[in-house]
Design a protein around this ligand. Structure first.
Ligand SMILES: [Zn+2]
Length: 457
């Protein structure tokens, strides 16, 4: 088995940050420590570099058919962008097709990833047909390594809405099967009242997207979810949470012993709703919408104190042509933006370099916790011996400007254009293989493997 010795880097391990050597043997991390007496097939000098576990992004949308378009990232282009952005594991959402079994959500993604994925990938099935037969399949998808099922509490027109009685049945089935329910928490009744009212009164521009989905829309849905867990038990994960009250509610629920976790996403930590007032404001239409500065500050506080457990990208990259559907009517804009490549460097730059997060907390938020929460730890999310050798060599001193010119996404626009970044990814290893070397991608198509996940009990 090939050995690679990464010498003299600052290795970030749980609870310990110190200058060490790290040995890769085959696909695994074999040792961390003073390995100066050791000879390896290859030696890499990591002096002045951080040695970090590869990013784990558990919230991406590849080949996602949504709002009259499809996301531009497929399993090749999406994982190229992931790899350049230091992310070595992704978990993608797979919407159940009408009239089709829940197991087929995994098969669909196997087909999409086959011969294309550059990094390891997993699946969250999305229930769209809450029938008896779908419910009966929940234990099967959990056993097949996809124990985290998502439901949307809105998007009726998209065929995604799950009403509360069904949501409760799904939560109970997941509880019994050892799975976890992921919810997109926005109250559909409020949206179906507010959005038409905005349109009827001529309030149709990008900022009206945020105004028509105020924090109360999200808070009401979060409160309903938490009530469900109180009644039924089970494990709940709130995706892309954006409100201060949400952070409070989840914190209180956790203190009360409920098995509830919540994440937020890169864009909520960098942008505010002011972006929506710009002429090109449609670029930042996403749901839940961007919030104000005070709320953003509360999200950072939630990341520090643990009420928010991780940061994902919610990568939902739509072409400029499709984004323009929303030029005159916010409700026609495909909600979302690409972000899989920016996530890791932005969280370092905005978090660690700006003094909002410790280096250790940054690693927890972008790698360790997503791996733990979604059943990949300790195979992923850590540099401890025995883990997969998914490693990012990171230069914390370099300053650069992010944008389309240095993007590796195949989208034709960039939501993070002009953002000043401190810290740069030098090299990325996935299961021991050097896949990103500076500007060069060395990964062969299709090398990514299916991540068979099992949640900790
Ligand atoms: Zn999403």
């Amino acid at each position: 088995m090939k050995t690679t010795l990464i010498r003299n880097g600052t290795v970030v391990l749980p609870g310990i940050i110190s200058q060490q050597d790290l040995l890769i043997r085959g696909e695994k991390i074999a040792a961390v420590g003073d390995l100066s007496g050791l000879a390896a097939d290859e030696t890499v000098d990591a002096t002045d570099l951080l040695v970090l576990p590869g990013g784990v992004d558990t919230h991406v949308h590849f080949n996602d058919v949504f709002m009259n378009t499809i996301s531009v990232h497929d399993y090749y282009t999406g994982t190229v962008a992931a790899a350049f952005g230091g992310t070595t594991s992704v978990i993608d959402f797979s919407n159940q097709r009408p009239g089709v079994s829940l197991m087929s959500t995994i098969d669909d993604k196997r087909e999409e990833a086959q011969g294309r994925a550059l990094v390891d990938w997993g699946v969250h099935p999305v229930i769209t047909q809450p029938t008896e037969s779908t419910l009966a399949e929940i234990a099967q998808v959990v056993a097949a390594g996809a124990p985290t099922i998502k439901c949307y509490m809105t998007y009726r027109q998209e065929g995604l809405l799950i009403e509360e009685p069904d949501l409760r049945r799904i939560l109970a089935a997941l509880r019994d099967a050892g799975g976890m329910l992921l919810v997109h928490a926005e109250d559909n009744d409020m949206i179906e009242t507010l959005v038409p009212h905005f349109l009827e009164t001529g309030r149709t521009s990008a900022i009206h997207h945020a105004e028509s989905k105020p924090p109360e829309v999200e808070n009401k849905a979060i409160a309903r979810c938490l009530r469900m867990v109180r009644d039924i038990g089970g494990r709940l994960f709130i995706v892309h949470m954006t409100t201060a009250e949400g952070v409070e509610m989840v914190g209180a629920a956790r203190c009360a012993g409920l098995d509830v976790l919540a994440e937020t996403c890169t864009h909520y930590l960098l942008f505010t709703e002011e972006m929506l007032r710009r002429e090109d404001g449609i670029k930042w239409i996403c749901s839940p919408p961007l919030r104000d500065q005070a709320t953003q500050d509360r999200l950072w506080a939630g990341l520090r104190d643990g009420r928010l457990t991780q940061v994902t990208s919610d990568d939902a990259a739509y072409s400029w042509e499709a984004t323009l559907y929303g030029r005159d009517r916010f409700d026609l804009c495909p909600n979302g933006m690409g972000g899989i490549e920016p996530r890791f460097p932005i969280m370092y730059s905005e978090g660690v370099a700006k003094g909002r997060l410790s280096l250790e907390r940054f690693v927890e938020l972008v790698s360790t916790n997503p791996a733990r929460n979604f059943g990949l730890y300790p195979q992923k999310g850590t540099l401890l011996p025995g883990a997969d050798a998914d490693i990012v060599l990171f230069d914390p001193s370099v300053k650069w400007t992010m944008g389309q010119a240095n993007s590796h996404s195949n989208n034709d626009w960039h939501a993070y254009e002009g953002i000043e970044i401190t810290g740069q990814i030098r090299q990325v290893y996935s299961r021991g293989q050097l896949i990103i070397d500076g500007d060069e991608c060395r990964a062969e198509k299709g090398r990514g493997r299916y991540l068979h996940r099992r949640l900790p009990s």
